[in-house]
Design a protein around this ligand. Structure first.
Ligand code: ATP
Ligand code: MG
Length: 219
């Protein structure tokens, strides 16, 4: 494991939530804010990917997905456009290397839903991801996941028993965080819009305004 996992952390951890955000919704915002408060994070960076590695092209353009995030995010949530600025396929490991160079002695906490966690063995340079950041998993009870035995191998001996471990060291631990969540998914919102249904109760009004103004996700 690289050096970050053994470096003693200075300052409060920084949370990171990467995603397609096609579009951002109240489920993302609730998870990010609840995690920020429960873990006493300094702030949470919302990082829209440019071109996905593991799924089809988003329906909304990258600038539009970022604009919706900007409309939704208020401190302690911050939009980080680093993956859009790099362009091309977005690999989390590249983003973590960039953030680690900027904050060599900060604990970096990657927040992911259980669905994303189960896909971890298929991420590009998955072992390096864990050497650059901690991983905090939130439940998403509404989403089905398939367990991959390769995951056990990847995270063997990495489970943190207590949150303090994520404050004391910079990277390398996995923690399951129990926080209240909202059962909302972007795919559900895109389907609702395609069917001409309302989504204004599931996203910030500023995001719904942009979606309507630009006729997004509408057939
Ligand atoms: P889609 O349905 O298109 O996959 P999504 O709602 O899952 O969209 P993503 O952009 O894929 O959103 O997710 C980004 C990150 O946010 C992932 O780690 C995902 O697990 C997490 N996430 C998404 N929705 C929620 C939610 N309602 N509660 C907690 N975490 C969520
Ligand atoms: Mg998803």
């Amino acid at each position: 494991m690289s050096s970050a996992a053994s470096v003693r952390a200075a300052g409060r951890p920084i949370g990171l939530m990467g995603g397609t955000f096609d579009p951002v919704h109240n489920g993302h915002l609730r998870a990010a804010i609840e995690a920020c408060e429960a873990m006493a994070l300094d702030h949470v960076r919302l990082i829209p990917l440019c071109v996905p590695y593991h799924r089809g092209e988003p329906l909304a353009s990258a600038p539009m997905r970022a604009a919706m995030l900007e409309a939704a995010a208020r401190p302690p949530l911050v939009v980080d456009r680093c993956e859009l600025e790099r362009g091309g396929v977005s690999y989390t490991v590249d983003t973590l290397e960039q953030l680690r160079a900027r904050w060599p002695e900060r604990s970096l906490v990657l927040l992911i839903g259980l669905d994303a966690y189960h896909g971890l063995p298929r991420w590009h340079r998955a072992a390096d991801v864990l050497s650059l950041a901690h991983i905090v998993v939130v439940a998403r009870p509404d989403i089905d996941t398939v367990h991959d035995p390769a995951l056990d191998e990847l995270v063997a001996n990495a489970q943190a028993a207590h949150l303090d471990e994520l404050h004391d060291t910079c990277a390398g631990r996995v923690f399951f965080l129990d926080i209240p969540l909202l059962p909302i998914a972007s795919s559900e919102l895109r389907a609702r819009r395609a069917a001409g249904r309302v989504i204004r109760h599931l996203v910030p009004e500023s995001v719904d305004d942009l979606i309507i103004e630009h006729s997004l996700y509408f057939p």
